[in-house]
Design a protein around this ligand. Structure first.
Ligand SMILES: Cc1ncc(COP(=O)(O)O)c(C=O)c1O
Length: 380
């Protein structure tokens, strides 16, 4: 794959290596948003069918991206916290049970479990990374697997760690959760789009993603996949559009006690957002065209030789087998000074995220070898 810079309008005076913060806007996404905005000039041109049809197209497109044959298991959500709240509301929990999360997980994938655990007298078990630098990812994964036991009712984590890109072995974790009857909820926000995800292989109970990072969509829209375990559950809100036969606008006040079948009950109210949905659809179409594996390979080619140089210069970066190439952390060696590095990045207009003694780098298809080379030179 070649650089896709021309598909964006990113300011060329900056070296933007921070997609984990927010993706720049694809031109096709911007156009879709502008079209959506203009539609309400003439509301009579928005038909009742369109309240459902566009979201359905988005489900179908996203189903291709995450490899499920069941698009109706996918719903529009406004945020990861919302998507996880639906899981928390339906998770069977009793006193003494536990929920497993990993250390320093993103808060939207922590607060819902803390609340649920508090309510039912259950416990949150946090699996922190090992102190070792050698085999860190491998040992961390082993610690997670060792923690899953008959008290575990949920394992909630990302496909990768949002701060340093450590890869979690979801396939083995899923196998172990099945053995003890625990649910698996995955926050795919920092991976889906740039790293292949196969729902048919992992079979998570929930896969929740914000749309504005690696899915290249706008802010305030995300996508949730809910598996069969949640089919008969209760949504966090009681909106009319999720009720059975809500398509029949003339019949809405003949209130219906049934929800739309399966996961559709969990979709956010006013999901038919005539601006955000077409933007998200344009983004997911583009990702399907490029392919997450090609995007990951592009990032890998971009960073591999630079990472070798950085390691030789004393920086500590996880081995390739246990980290992604679109998002990874660089920890400083004893000879490096964080304040000086921050200052040099500012002078060179290099944009990344800083966390304690580590730097989070997150390139994507609009970045070039020269840009990553500039980062490496600035660090060495
Ligand atoms: C891993 C991860 N999950 C979720 C989010 C966003 O959560 P929410 O949509 O609840 O604001 C972020 C934002 O940085 C994130 O990095």
């Amino acid at each position: 794959m070649e650089s896709k810079k021309s598909h964006f309008q990113l300011d060329t005076s900056v070296t933007y290596l921070n997609c984990a913060y927010m993706a720049p806007q694809l031109k096709v996404v911007e156009e879709a948003g502008l079209e959506g905005l203009k539609r309400k000039r003439n509301p009579f041109q928005i038909s009742p069918e369109e309240f459902f049809g566009e979201t359905d197209s988005l489900r179908e497109e996203y189903a291709k991206l995450i490899h499920t044959k069941e698009p109706k298991r996918i719903v529009v959500i406004p945020s990861v916290s919302y998507g996880m709240a639906n899981v928390a509301k339906n998770l069977p929990l009793s006193e003494g049970d536990n929920i497993i999360v990993v250390g320093e997980q993103f808060p939207s994938n922590v607060y819902p479990w803390r609340e649920a655990a508090f309510e039912h007298g259950a416990e949150i078990v946090t699996i922190t990374p090992p102190k070792e630098i050698e085999n860190r990812g491998k040992i961390w994964n082993e610690k997670i697997l060792n923690a899953i036991n008959s008290k575990t009712k949920l394992v909630a984590l990302g496909n990768i760690h949002w701060a340093d890109g450590t890869l979690f072995d979801l396939k083995t974790i899923r196998k172990q959760t099945r053995e003890v009857g625990a649910w698996l909820a995955i926050d795919g926000t920092q991976s889906v789009g740039a790293l292949p995800f196969d729902v048919s292989e992992i079979q998570p109970d929930a896969l929740i993603c914000a749309g504005y990072k690696w899915l290249m969509g706008p802010y305030s829209i995300g996508l949730a996949y809910y598996g069969p375990a949640l089919d008969d559950g209760k949504p966090v809100e009681e909106n009319w559009i999720n009720r059975y036969e809500s398509e029949n606008f003339a019949n809405l006040v003949n209130y219906n006690d049934d929800y739309q079948p399966g996961a559709l009950r969990y979709e956010v109210g006013e999901h038919s957002n005539f601006i955000l949905v077409p933007m998200m659809l344009a983004a997911v179409k583009q990702l399907n065209e490029w392919g997450p594996q090609n995007i990951q390979n592009y990032c890998k080619d971009l960073v591999s030789s630079g990472i070798k140089k950085l390691k030789e210069a004393g920086y500590k970066i996880e081995d390739e087998n246990y980290r992604s190439s679109h998002l990874f952390g660089i920890r400083l060696g004893d000879d490096h000074n964080m304040e000086q590095i921050k200052q040099r990045f500012e002078e060179e207009n290099i944009l990344v995220s800083f966390r304690g003694y580590s730097i989070r780098i997150s390139p994507n298809v609009y970045n070039t070898e020269e840009e990553f080379g500039k980062l490496v030179e600035t660090l060495i």
